[in-house]
Design a protein. Structure first.
Length: 134
C-alpha cells in the first residue's frame, strides 16, 4: 500500500486538521470542498449556482493534483443547507460530468463551514498504471 498526501495551490488550503486529498494506491479520497476562492480563501460572491460551480472547480483542481480528473470520480457526496437547491446541483453537475455518472448521495445539513450553502467530497479511482515489461 502506497499512501500519498495530495496538495495543490489551485484549490483552497485546508482550514483544519486535514489534507486536501489522500491517495492510497489508485484510490483518492478528496476532502470536502466548499466554495472558497483559492487565491483569497473567501467564499465566492454570487448565488448558489456560483457556489456549486466553485466547489466543482475546487474538486477538479485537487483531482488534477492527484493525477486524475472528475471523470475518475466514482462516488460524490453533496451536502446542502437547503435541499431545494438539489435541482441546481443536477443541472451544473451535467456541465462537469457525463454518463456514466458517479454514485452520489445528497444530504441536507443544518450548517456548513464559513456559512457555505454547499460542500462536496469525492472518491476517485485512477486507472491502474502499466509498467513496462523487464
Amino acid at each position: 500500500m502506497t499512501k500519498t498526501i495530495i496538495h495543490t495551490e489551485h484549490a483552497p488550503q485546508a482550514i483544519g486538521t486535514y489534507s486536501q486529498a489522500v491517495k492510497i494506491d489508485n484510490t483518492v479520497y478528496l476532502s470536502g470542498q466548499i466554495p472558497l476562492v483559492p487565491s483569497t480563501m473567501m467564499l465566492i460572491d454570487g448565488d448558489i449556482s456560483e457556489q456549486i460551480k466553485q466547489v466543482f472547480e475546487n474538486l477538479q483542481a485537487v483531482a488534477s493534483a492527484a493525477g486524475g480528473s472528475l471523470v475518475d470520480v466514482v462516488k460524490l457526496n453533496v451536502f446542502l443547507t437547503d435541499l431545494a437547491h438539489f435541482p441546481i446541483v443536477n443541472e451544473i453537475m451535467g456541465q462537469y460530468f457525463s454518463a456514466p455518472y458517479p454514485a452520489r448521495a445528497a444530504i441536507g445539513v443544518a450548517a456548513l463551514p464559513k456559512g457555505a450553502e454547499v460542500e462536496m467530497d469525492a472518491i476517485m479511482r485512477l486507472p491502474a498504471q502499466e509498467y513496462p515489461a523487464c
